[in-house]
Design a protein around this ligand. Sequence first.
Ligand SMILES: Cc1cc2nc3c(=O)[nH]c(=O)nc-3n(C[C@H](O)[C@H](O)[C@H](O)COP(=O)(O)O)c2cc1C
Ligand SMILES: [Mn+2]
Length: 481
Amino acid sequence: MASIRNFIELLDSKGQILRVNRPVNGQEAAAIVWELNERRGPAVWFKSVDGSRIPMVANLFGEFSRMVLALGLPEDATPRMIRDYYAKTLRHREKWLKPVMVGTGPCKEVILKGDEIDLMKFPIIKWAPFDGGPYITLNGTISKDQQLGRNMGMYRVHVVNKNTTGIMALSMQDIGIHLARARARGERYLEVAVVIGMSPSQYCASTTKMGAVTDDEYDLSGALAGQPDKVVRCESIDVDVPAEAEIVIEGRLYHDEPLQEGPYGEWMGYYEESMVTPTFHVTCVTHRKDPLYVTGSMGHQYGEGEVFRYLPIQSNLYNVLRKSVIGFRDCLLPIQGRGYKAVVQIQKRYPGWAKQAIYATLSAGYGCSSVNWVTVVDEDIDIFNADEVFFAEATRVDPELDVIVFPGQGVYPLSPAARKRYEAKDLGHAQGFTEFAWCSKIGIDATRKMEDEMRRATPDRVLPDLETLNLVRSKWEEYTK
Ligand SMILES: Cc1cc2nc3c(=O)[nH]c(=O)nc-3n(C[C@H](O)[C@H](O)[C@H](O)COP(=O)(O)O)c2cc1C
Ligand SMILES: [Mn+2]
């Protein structure tokens, strides 16, 4: 799928887009998207939000079934199959496809500079009632570094006025690394393009922590799409953007202009306090002649924030743990855990292996740095079934022996449980911006215990005689008539 329009057509053909033709305000649009998430409902196309003449499309990716369509997988694919496909595509770098540069594209049909620039003409809404302002929520934020190459990432964008925004460019994210290097070179700003309405594979790549800062998200996008991405050079900056995008906002991100943005209702279901971010000054806006403003909501368990984060973070954790955990079978960040809780399944053949799995999971690296709780279970526990994980935690844990609490450490700044958040004084690469929080971590060994684990062995589970159970099941009508 080369563009978001292809995806919208596909969803339309399957009756997966709700049309809202009456004009609504931003809070009504947000409430409709929330209700659609409650119902695990379709995507939505709004003709006019907050009086804008540009339609707003939301919730395109807010359900696993639509993510399956976006990635061209069989329609009955489970979240686990989607994860396996994504993890494999990330591993098989030899199949990644380089983008091709083209002269121009639909994203350049309208070019606006100087006084013509007005972000307010797009239906960029305030999503939650106590948000600090309107946010661009789904984007590819693209920049370039002479040595490291191109980068695309999804970072929240707080719109302040018609040509100014904040961008949450943390120093630990690739955009932050680019910005820090610009600062070290003595430059005041980094050239950045915020792209809205990209192809599904570009959106996915934008949310993915690649193997290295030098990896180009376009290469992964090409592999996911099965064809190379087409990119065009921006008008006012030296950055390459998807030729078939709906809207491109070009500008300069200033590291010496701190901006107090937020608060913002985040993916995990809480308002995260206001943050200090660099300031983005828009130099040019280009868009299609009839652009669609593509966006999504945060905060709901089944909203786009969670479904989008599911794929890359699950896949990175899986790819790391399959190499580092002894007896590894599977892992999951259950959607209810919002990225903070991991469950790891192992085949435990020696005493203490579950503890090793705890250490490995909490050391899995940046891609999974939000995890502050890991539970390890055996193969008889279906980790995709929260009831079973709960059962294991309740019945296989002697807290004194099986719970390990690790001291506080620096973690991703968005963490409702974190005891404190920090604006970096001067980390060398960042000054004054909100960069990290402080939180401890916990590991729970919920595997069945062996006698060699300093106790009596976990008793056997109660199950009926399996032969008889199968017999009864196969002749149910006869037994019960
Ligand atoms: C909907 C959505 C919103 C996100 N917003 C942010 C954000 O505001 N700040 C951030 O650091 N990461 C955010 N992320 C996570 C990043 O997109 C992700 O870590 C990605 O790997 C960043 O790109 P990079 O690895 O090239 O830096 C968001 C992810 C999703 C799915
Ligand atoms: Mn990156």
